[in-house]
Design a protein around this ligand. Structure first.
Ligand code: PLP
Length: 789
């Protein structure tokens, strides 16, 4: 259940005094143990271009950090960069200018290629707009995300050309896109070409593109202007050593700027990138500091001089021969990876990058997906691309990098894991392709299909994967589920007589021959459904071992939760709005109001993992304690401003761990059971960071203020909508005795050992829960934001 503590960053106490060296070391050692070693044979970052930095780089960076020099600004011009780390930056950039066959260059170190591309496009935008052009960026759809980010920051029109079977921009594409732009009177054209796509390792035909754009510029000087930026983040420390004649750089007079990333194949630690730009262009971004009169052309401010020293030292430690030896070994490792893939799947389509240590592969089994565990272990991210030489047939490709840190034991371990995974995928495919058994059979019964429309419980359509149903298995968690379809497990149901309140009664379970052994067993009537979880599910559940949803007409929903020993745990009353619900959760000794709660389960893309998120605008809990203490605020956090448009917490790609929780405001109050009187929320909250006005986005009242009081009788909240025209406040209120009454009145069923239960016993329990709840559970003192059964 390791997932539970990875919620979100709530404030902790700032350390009052320094920790002891021992406790500092211990804490750091724990975090360090979470990071796999570069040579760990069990975990390799094959999907990303990452490598251990060169020891000389690490040493110099460490030593020179103590000097803490600031390389703010640009040091590549005459008279500048004369001393210290500024001189070392100028010398390192001069060495790169030599590597990339430039004349004299300007440039500066950056935090990485993203910043370098942003800085380059800023220069291009200013110079083109300054000359009166409408500006557009043209690039490949496969470009790195940093290009789109730069265009967004700089507010530039961006055209992404679709990737064809060459996986690169083609000259024809660029020619056409430039002609289209000019026809639309967009005459300031920025082209971003890539030398070493981060996914495939391929390089655009930079020379042909540069020559064409330069021809056009000569034909229409003044009318049309082009700026060509090369993103060589990946290729910049590869191609000069694997393919010295590949003309991707400044040897083309039409190339204006380059982004390179010494922290990728250059063996520098993060964050070390560089912008290189032809002379006379940086001045388009010069800003003079009004106070110091110092000019600056960079995007950021202060920069570490130590990084310049470390880069200079690394370039001069390795030199061309050192980098060539490394790059050659990487290409050999790439070929060993390719051989391992071929051995695991002889029919895989292999696409090694020309001159770069990346091989892409599309696997031969249907769909071509690799299992999530393998992708997690090797950090693999697939991408659908047109297969080269196959006339545009789109396949799922995985990309494998041979970084300088990859070892032969790692390649051998990967070969074994991959062979197992692809063999299993082929066997599974052969099984499903076998004779159809009971064609047209539904995944679940109609009863369950109907149940599903009334519940958020996604156990109805997903199950924990076989052999991983025991919470003691390492890695077992809330979010490892597979589709029932994949395990062939359906939910079975049978009619089980008449319900006391009328209509048929059904029971359902994945396997009715062994009804309590497998995820859940359920009882369903026209009025409710109730489910008992199996032993494993009970351990994983955050809200008890039995759940019952009472079906009521209107917009009120009620969910009852019971502990495994049979005790009532909580009743959740929900007023449904268009997005989410306003809720009152009633416990025997507490009431929690959840205003604007939105819970969603998501299948993570390209995996069988599920995760979910709970995003609540305001959560207000009042807990009763011993004694007669008046209500006191234990926690009051103001996390987000509801007056600003807020995006829902984390979008689906980002759901990784359960639980993902988010609150605009959290209030936790304690009050003594023996206390009498009334306390008002604004007064209680006035001294806290929430302040006197608690605002929330309610599911039923939209943007509203939350006012209210706590009394010896219960909690009473009023939600006043802020939209015009003003309408009446909605109430969210319950009395203390409701939880106690439910606790005392509802029947109990001990389900700690589900194997000993009988269907009859659970049906009897379910029927009496429904009966008692309808009598006790909807008292007059309950108000739920306008929802009425
Ligand atoms: C890695 C990479 C980038 C981004 O570089 P950062 O150093 O992460 O800013 C940009 N383009 C390509 C092609 C890359 O491989």
């Amino acid at each position: 259940m390791g997932d539970l503590d990875t919620g979100w960053a709530v404030p902790t106490d700032f350390p009052e005094t320094g920790w002891t060296p021992e406790s500092i070391d211990q804490h750091l050692a724990q975090a360090r143990a979470e990071i796999p070693a570069w040579n760990d044979p069990q975990q390799t970052r094959l999907g990303f271009a990452m490598a251990a930095p060169h020891p000389q780089a690490v040493r110099t960076l460490g030593d020179w950090s103590a000097l803490n020099t600031n390389n703010v600004g640009v040091h590549t011009r005459f008279g500048e960069g004369k001393t210290g780390t500024r001189r070392l930056e100028k010398e390192a950039l001069a060495a790169l200018a030599g590597l990339y066959r430039a004349g004299a260059l300007d440039g500066h170190l950056t935090s990485g290629a993203s910043e370098a591309t942003l800085a380059a496009l800023r220069i291009a935008r200013n110079l083109l707009r300054g000359a009166g052009h409408r500006v557009r960026v043209i690039t490949s759809d496969l470009c790195h995300a940093s290009v789109g980010k730069a265009a967004e920051i700089l507010d530039l029109d961006l055209v992404r050309l679709p990737a064809g079977p060459t996986w690169t921009l083609t000259l024809d594409q660029v020619r056409q896109a430039a002609a289209d732009a000019i026809a639309e009177d967009v005459t300031g054209i920025i082209v971003v070409a890539t030398a070493g796509y981060y996914n495939s390792g391929f390089a655009d035909p930079v020379d042909a593109i540069a020559a064409h754009l330069r021809d056009l510029a000569f034909q229409h000087p003044e009318k049309v202007r082009f700026f060509l930026h090369v993103d060589a983040a990946h290729g910049g420390f590869v191609f000069p050593f694997t393919a010295p004649d590949l003309p991707f750089d400044f040897r083309n007079p039409g190339v204006h700027s380059m982004a390179v990333d010494p922290h990728k194949a250059g063996l520098m630690p993060y964050s070390c990138g560089a912008l290189l730009v032809r002379k006379g262009l940086l001045e388009h971004v010069t800003r003079i500091d009004p106070h110091t009169r110092i000019p600056d052309e960079t995007v950021l401010g202060s920069r570490p001089g130590a990084m310049a020293a470390a880069l200079w030292a690394t370039l001069h430690t390795l030199g061309r021969t050192g980098y060539t030896t490394l790059a050659t070994r990487c290409l050999e490792h790439r070929d060993q990876l390719a051989a391992a893939i071929q051995a695991a799947d002889p029919d895989a389509l292999l696409v090694p990058a020309p001159n770069a240590p990346v091989v892409s592969a599309a696997f031969s089994h249907p769909g071509g997906q690799l299992p999530p565990e393998l992708c997690e272990r090797y950090r693999l991210v697939p991408l659908t691309l047109p297969a080269p030489e196959k006339d545009g047939e789109r396949r799922l490709f995985y990309h494998f990098y041979a970084s300088a840190s990859l070892t032969e034991p790692q390649i051998t371990a990967f070969a074994g894991h991959l062979a197992g995974a692809t063999a299993a995928a082929r066997t599974a495919a052969a099984r499903t392709a076998g004779p159809a058994d009971g064609a047209g059979r539904s995944i679940t019964s109609d009863v369950v299909a109907d149940t599903r429309t009334h519940t958020d419980c996604f156990r109805h359509f997903v199950v924990h994967p076989e052999a991983r149903r025991d919470p003691d298995v390492p890695g077992y968690s809330f979010h490892t589920f597979t589709q029932r379809r994949a395990t062939d497990e359906q939910i079975q149901d049978i009619p089980f007589g008449q319900a006391r309140a009328g209509g048929p009664l059904w029971v359902y379970a994945p396997d009715l021959k062994d009804p309590f052994a497998n995820e859940l067993f359920g009882v369903r009537t026209d009025h409710y459904f109730l489910e008992v979880l199996d032993r494993h599910q009970q351990q994983l559940s955050l809200v008890g071992a039995i759940h019952a949803t009472i079906l009521l007409p209107g917009t009120l929903r009620v969910l009852l939760n019971f502990e495994s020993d049979g005790a009532f745990r909580s009743a959740e009353y929900k007023a449904l709005g268009e997005h989410g619900a306003d809720e009152l959760q009633i416990f025997p000794d507490a009431i929690t109001a959840k205003i604007g709660k939105h819970a969603a389960g998501f299948r993570r893309p390209r995996s069988d993992d599920y995760s979910f998120s709970i995003d609540t605008s305001a959560e207000i809990t009042v807990r009763r304690t011993d004694g007669d203490g008046p209500p006191t605020v234990v926690t009051a956090r103001h996390n987000a401003d509801v007056l600003l448009p807020r995006r829902p917490h984390l979008r689906r790609e980002q759901f990784r761990r359960f639980p993902n929780r988010f609150f605009d405001a959290e209030v936790d109050i304690e009050a003594g059971r023996a206390w009498t009187g009334a306390a008002y929320l604004p007064e209680l909250l006035a001294p806290t960071p929430v302040g006197t006005v608690l605002a929330a986005r309610s599911a039923t009242a939209e943007l509203c203020t939350v006012d209210g009081r706590i009394t010896d009788a219960g909690l009473h909240l009023a939600l006043t909508p802020l939209a015009e025209p003003r309408t009446d406040a909605l109430e969210l209120a319950a009395t203390w005795d409701l939880g106690l009454r439910l606790h005392d009145a509802l029947p109990r069923l001990d389900v700690q050992d589900p194997a000993r239960l009988s269907i009859e016993q659970v049906v009897e329990f379910a029927e009496s829960v429904h009966e008692v709840f309808t009598r006790t559970g909807l008292p007059a003192g309950l108000a739920i934001a306008g929802a009425r059964p």
